[in-house]
Design a protein around this ligand. Structure first.
Ligand SMILES: Nc1ncnc2c1ncn2[C@@H]1O[C@H](COP(=O)(O)OP(=O)(O)OP(=O)(O)O)[C@@H](O)[C@H]1O
Ligand SMILES: [Mg+2]
Length: 343
């Protein structure tokens, strides 16, 4: 079965064709046009600009994705319809609806976090259940218990910021370019010089806004500036070594917080046979190293290029939904939902 998948939930315009045979997935084409260069100038995503950029990129991305593949070969279309930025979701969803009507193909509406999780099945088809999925992205930080395919129970979530958002905000304080995650990883030194607190949050929930404030206070203290000093101005006083050391201490602390919660999750769900990590932050090399040391063969990561937003992962999620007997949706009525829980 060949699936054309479309993803536009945030600032990547992406399409892919994946082929599923039994439980094996093959990527026939995969195109991602990122808007990060546009948003690097603003230091973050501007929803209206993102939607307009999706509109411009959508057709060229589709053309490139379908190069050498005829519409007759496509068995289904899948699209991210929730959660994400309203205008961005609309472009991908309306495109998929029109294509489904025009080419008379069944349309599947896919939840973005399912796609992040299923990016792992692009790599391996023998991940053992039950498992704990850790989604660490720009908008989410969640631990999801999965008894089997397509069974999702949220067992931990962030009470405030997502960890990716925290990387982005800390990078801003340090004067590093957007997106913050790769920028912090790139400059981080080997010194874990600044001791930053781990939040005390009950159960398997997370909190990352305190860590961002802790970095802010530590930078102000290091520079001998008052806590009233504006955060956007601190970068003008920091030297390269200080930036590298703050980046290292923050990165290390964020990873420790995530790893500690996963250890706690394994205590609560001792029957979990695998840990499946996904989302943009899962591209982080230091995090991969720490998780592999702590959890060994139990832990799975997507290929780094499939950690952030892409459409191959949407195709993977759709394929496993279809295998489980999911119904296609009416292309005339499929709506978007900017917010929704995985279920
Ligand atoms: N190497 C890295 N280390 C840490 N963080 C990273 C790395 N690469 C990307 N990120 C972070 O990943 C986030 C983007 O991930 P992703 O594209 O999955 O999120 P999103 O789609 O914006 O949000 P969501 O999936 O929750 O809707 C950004 O916050 C970015 O800083
Ligand atoms: Mg995402």
């Amino acid at each position: 079965m060949k699936i054309l998948a479309i993803e536009t939930s945030c600032d990547e315009t992406a399409a892919a064709v994946v082929e599923g045979v039994d439980e094996d997935l093959k990527i026939l084409s995969n195109v991602v046009v990122s808007q990060v260069d546009i948003f690097a100038a603003y230091g973050g995503v501007i929803p209206e600009v993102a939607a307009r950029s999706h509109l411009e990129a959508m057709m060229p991305v589709l053309d490139k994705t379908m190069e050498g593949i005829s519409w007759n070969e496509i068995d289904a279309i899948a699209v991210t319809h929730t959660p994400g930025l309203l205008g961005s979701l609309l472009i991908g969803t309306l495109t998929a609806r029109q294509l489904a009507i025009l080419h008379n193909k069944p349309l599947y509406a896919i939840h973005h976090l399912k796609s992040h999780i299923y990016a792992n099945w692009l790599e391996s088809n023998n991940i053992a259940f039950p498992l704990l999925a850790l989604v660490i992205s720009g908008g989410h930080t969640q631990i999801i218990y999965m008894k089997g395919h397509n069974q999702f129970e949220i067992v931990g979530t962030t009470r405030d910021d997502a960890v990716g958002e925290c990387f982005d905000k800390v990078a801003k304080i340090l004067g590093l370019p957007y997106p913050g995650g790769p920028s912090i990883a790139k400059v981080a030194s080997k010194n874990n010089k600044y001791k930053l607190p781990h939040p005390r949050v009950e159960g398997l929930d997370f909190s990352f806004s305190g860590l961002k404030t802790a970095v802010l206070r530590a930078v102000q203290k290091e520079l001998g500036l008052p806590i009233s000093h504006p955060s956007h101005d601190l970068k003008n006083y920091l030297n390269k070594q200080q930036v590298a050391d703050f980046a290292a201490s923050f990165q290390r602390t964020a990873i420790e917080i995530l790893a500690e919660k996963m250890e706690q999750a394994l205590t609560k769900f001792p029957e979990a046979k695998s840990i499946v990590v996904s989302g943009g932050v899962s591209a982080n090399e230091e995090l991969r190293k720490v998780f592999k040391e702590k959890f060994g063969d139990k832990v799975y990561f997507p290929e780094p290029k499939f950690a952030g937003d892409n459409a191959a992962m949407v195709g993977a999620a759709a394929y496993y939904e279809i295998l489980a007997g999911a119904k296609s949706v009416d292309p005339c009525y499929l709506d978007i939902m900017p917010r929704s829980k995985i279920n």
